[in-house]
Write a protein that binds this ligand. Structure first.
Ligand SMILES: NC(=O)c1ccc[n+]([C@@H]2O[C@H](COP(=O)([O-])OP(=O)(O)OC[C@H]3O[C@@H](n4cnc5c(N)ncnc54)[C@H](OP(=O)(O)O)[C@@H]3O)[C@@H](O)[C@H]2O)c1
Length: 267
């Protein structure tokens, strides 16, 4: 991996890194080194949430190939994906991504066990699924075998029978009417002490999170592929009143893939 731009300290940005100067070959072969590059800002320890998104896209902006993100990914992308999960308290994800990608519970990884325990984190992050319909396979391992009980976030007026069924196998949070109030949803996750927040999309959920002004950071993997076709972008559907400026804080390259890390520009 080549580290083209390394993180540096900023009041609203990530913690200071001891990585080598930008543009040099960096030994990012260890998970610990990658974890340092992607460290959450110190503010998460004082109860302030930080919402990071991790997404992959093609050069022409497609967020999926043949209906899935798998075709856009790479070995390094999966490695970073795993590190971002291992650093987080909670992974927020839209129900369609859970259904399409067959989401399983996050796993505990020995390499991160000590750091997670020291930070007071559960052995693996909680998966929190956002759904209006509650059309979820409740017999799937996501609900029957999680290390940490899965969370489902639904509107208060979601079908009562479905809410009751979900509450049997998951922690149900209800916020908003007609659709989940994402500001209240984030507050509910933060109130549980889960300030290191990660979202893995999909595009429809991510668009709303950005439009609500909740997104602090975007880790976008750029795959050296052209896809054309009808695939959505990584944010789809929601309208933002004003474009949000982001600043590049980290850039890694491997085999033509670019792994970017952009943070919200301080106001
Ligand atoms: N490139 C990438 O990095 C990446 C990442 C993730 C996913 N993907 C791909 O993206 C596709 C899925 O993404 P998507 O954009 O179609 O769907 P999505 O954002 O994963 O999920 C949309 C669903 O989430 C629920 N939802 C979202 N916002 C809600 C709100 N405010 N209130 C209540 N429920 C809400 C609804 O669930 P219900 O339908 O249950 O009501 C909605 O249908 C898949 O093809 C997946 O492979 C790509």
């Amino acid at each position: 991996m080549r580290q083209l731009i390394r993180p540096s300290h900023s009041p609203a940005g990530p913690a200071e890194s001891t990585a080598p100067p930008s543009g040099t070959e960096a030994d990012l072969s260890s998970l610990a080194a990658l974890a340092e590059v992607y460290a959450y800002p110190e503010s998460v320890t004082s109860g302030r949430p930080w919402l990071r998104a991790n997404m992959v896209g093609s050069l022409d902006g497609a967020a999926r190939l043949a209906g899935l993100s798998e075709g856009l990914s790479s070995e390094a992308d999966k490695r970073i994906f795993g590190v971002l999960r291992a650093l987080s308290d909670v992974v927020l994800v839209g129900a369609e991504t859970v259904r399409a990608e067959g989401y399983r519970p996050a796993r505990a990884r020995a390499e991160f066990a000590a750091a997670r325990a020291a930070a007071g984190q559960t052995p693996a992050p909680v998966i929190a699924v956002v759904s209006r319909s509650l059309t979820l396979d409740l017999s799937a391992p996501l609900f029957t075998e999680p290390l940490v009980r899965t969370v489902v976030i639904a509107p208060e007026d979601a079908p009562a029978a479905a809410r009751a069924a979900v509450a049997e196998v998951a922690d149900l949070i209800t916020v908003g009417h007609g659709s989940v109030d994402l500001v209240a949803a984030q507050a509910a996750l933060t109130a549980r002490g889960w300030t290191r927040q990660l979202t893995e999309g999909g595009p429809r959920l991510l668009g709303q999170l950005a439009a609500e002004g909740l997104l602090d950071e975007l880790c976008l993997s750029l795959a050296p592929l052209l896809a054309a076709g009808e695939a959505p972008r990584i944010m789809h559907g929601a309208h933002m009143a004003d474009a949000q400026r982001m600043r590049l804080v980290s850039l890694i390259e491997q085999k033509g893939f670019l792994f970017t890390r952009y943070c919200r520009t301080p106001e």
